[in-house]
Design a protein around this ligand. Structure first.
Ligand SMILES: Nc1ncnc2c1ncn2[C@@H]1O[C@H](COP(=O)(O)OP(=O)(O)OP(=O)(O)O)[C@@H](O)[C@H]1O
Ligand SMILES: [Mg+2]
Length: 508
């Protein structure tokens, strides 16, 4: 619910609000299972949408999807509205569904070069030697303007590196062929996990997350994450990539009237489980700095202890639902959670955490001066949209009406490393014929590649992908317009991104 520049969270001894000007100072929603975290997330998402702030949220159980349909006015929510002192008003919100696997929403794709060697190394679980080779492969691609878009390109690139190990090794550093073989097998595993739909084109333009509808309401972008969750490394790498990409692409804006985008990071413990210190440090840095780009990050997890201390300190707006404390370790967690709040003399915070009812929480938000408000015992407001999942038919309907329909749904396969390297081999075997077939592009590439290898015939790598091939003209136009231009034009940007991700992912 939206009031003047603030979102109503619920009511304690007074109405409790989240101030939009401080919503980019991040937040945390915690609580044991079934205590009301997802509903709270929905209340916040609805509030942001009403305020014209787009939202991105991962939907772990599918139960956030209901926000696209008007609420059914269930008795619990009508009752809650009365308790909070508002009128229950059913409403629905503009939703765009996304799905890394391209089934329950628009496919989300990133190119391999956008993901960068360091996140890829983490995804592929590479050892140091292999990671070194991957870095060399990326530099070879950069120096020769070979766009590395999909896994097929990466495979071709690795083959190319292995086959030219002497020449490349002399320039960039030692290449162990056996390690490349192991990397190819890891690639195959990643492919089997379905990552091949995720890596490719058309790649996501993050501005498509920052849309408002005709009424000026922020679009709620919902990532279907039920399947993705089964692959925690893919899930966490993916969300991490999105965060870094936002960080890289958005300009510095300082303090805004309201955030440009709010990002909900559900099951946040997955990001921090077994995370080495350098990774945590880097996430801490991105979280701290992304705030001045107008992005608010809200972590959702069971226990505040799931979030490392340095990051916890960055999360200004807190909603703590009930925690259970059966074991001494649980009790310690409850005490730790209680200690993160500015105490209220009216009650014993630690004791109360265990007594909170469903949809009730301890709430502390940042006030106008940016200091945390005294913790309050708050009844969370009811959402206006449906609580619970959409039916299959309803979801299909939302997808069919998406403003982004058609933009991402068809993959395309433009001229990139795989094709370029294959063409090069073709040229070496029948130069005149190949140059003609490629409309002259081959000649250009040939000379580019000679800089690395000093000429000589190379074998083409891997088999063709399953995607539709484009005509030569299309390939030339597309590659000129997208891949080539982008790779060349954003090379500096990519280098920075890799540095950020580098520090995020280093020291696995
Ligand atoms: N603000 C609220 N007002 C009234 N009822 C609520 C409220 N929040 C939650 N509930 C009730 O509690 C149920 C469970 O809430 P919710 O799904 O948000 O829990 P959760 O903490 O996300 O659980 P899990 O950890 O299993 O995902 C809701 O379906 C609803 O019936
Ligand atoms: Mg939930």
């Amino acid at each position: 619910m939206l009031e003047d520049r603030k979102i109503l969270i619920g009511k304690s001894t007074k109405p409790d609000y989240l101030l939009l000007t401080l919503a980019n100072r991040h937040g945390l929603v915690t609580g044991a299972t079934g205590t009301g975290k997802t509903v709270t997330l929905q209340v916040l998402a609805e509030g942001f949408s009403n305020a014209g702030v787009p939202v991105f949220a991962a939907d772990i159980k599918g139960d956030l999807s209901g926000v696209a349909q008007a609420g059914e006015g269930k008795e619990v929510f009508r009752k809650r509205a009365k308790e909070v002192g508002i009128e229950y008003q059913p409403d629905r919100f503009p939703v765009v569904f996304w799905d890394v696997f391209g089934e329950a929403g628009h496919p989300i794709r990133a190119t391999v070069s956008e993901i960068g060697p360091l996140l890829l190394a983490r995804l592929l679980e590479l050892n140091d030697v292999q990671e070194g080779i991957l870095n060399i492969a990326f530099r070879v691609a950069d120096d020769n303007q070979l766009p590395v878009i999909d896994l097929k390109d990466l495979r071709a690139l690795l083959n190319f590196v292995a086959e030219n190990d002497k020449a490349i090794g002399a320039k960039y550093g030692n290449i162990a062929k056996a390690s490349v073989g192991a990397m190819q097998r890891q690639l195959l595993m990643l492919e089997n996990q379905g990552a091949d739909t995720f890596l490719g084109e058309p790649a996501l333009d993050l501005r498509d997350f920052m849309r408002t509808d005709r009424d000026g309401r922020g679009v709620i972008n919902i990532l279907a994450a039920d399947k993705l969750m089964a692959k925690p490394r893919l899930y966490s790498s993916f969300l991490l990539w999105m965060l870094s990409e936002l960080f890289e692409t958005l300009p510095e804006v300082g303090d805004l009237e309201k955030p440009k985008l709010v990002f909900f990071f559900d099951e946040a413990h997955l990001l921090f489980n077994d995370a080495p210190k350098p990774l945590i440090d880097a996430v801490e840095r991105v979280v701290r700095l992304i705030r001045s780009k107008g992005v608010g990050v809200y972590f959702v997890t069971q226990n505040p202890l799931d979030v490392p201390q340095t990051i916890l300190a960055q999360l200004g707006n807190r909603v703590q639902h009930a925690l259970r404390a059966f074991t001494p370790r649980d009790q310690k967690a409850v005490r730790a959670a209680a200690e993160t709040f500015r105490q209220n003399p009216a009650f014993d915070t630690a004791k109360l955490i265990m007594e909170l009812g469903v949809g009730e929480a301890l709430v502390s938000t940042l006030d106008e001066r940016g200091t945390p408000s005294m913790v309050e015992r708050t009844l969370i407001a009811p959402p206006s949209a449906r609580v619970g999942p959409l039916t299959e038919a309803e979801r299909k309907q939302v997808m069919a009406q998406s403003p982004l329909r058609g933009k991402y749904d068809q993959p395309f396969d433009s001229e990139s490393a795989y094709e370029m390297l294959a063409k090069r081999k073709q040229m070496a075997e029948a130069p005149a014929e190949a140059a003609q077939a490629s409309g002259g592009l081959g000649g250009f590439l040939g000379s580019v590649l000679e800089q690395v290898t000093g000429g000589g015939g190379q074998k083409p790598a891997g088999k063709g992908g399953g995607r539709q091939r484009m005509s030569t003209t299309e390939v030339v136009i597309r590659s000129a317009a997208t891949s080539m231009a982008r790779t060349v034009g954003t090379q500096v940007g990519r280098a920075i991104l890799r540095n950020v991700l580098g520090s995020i992912v280093k020291g696995r």
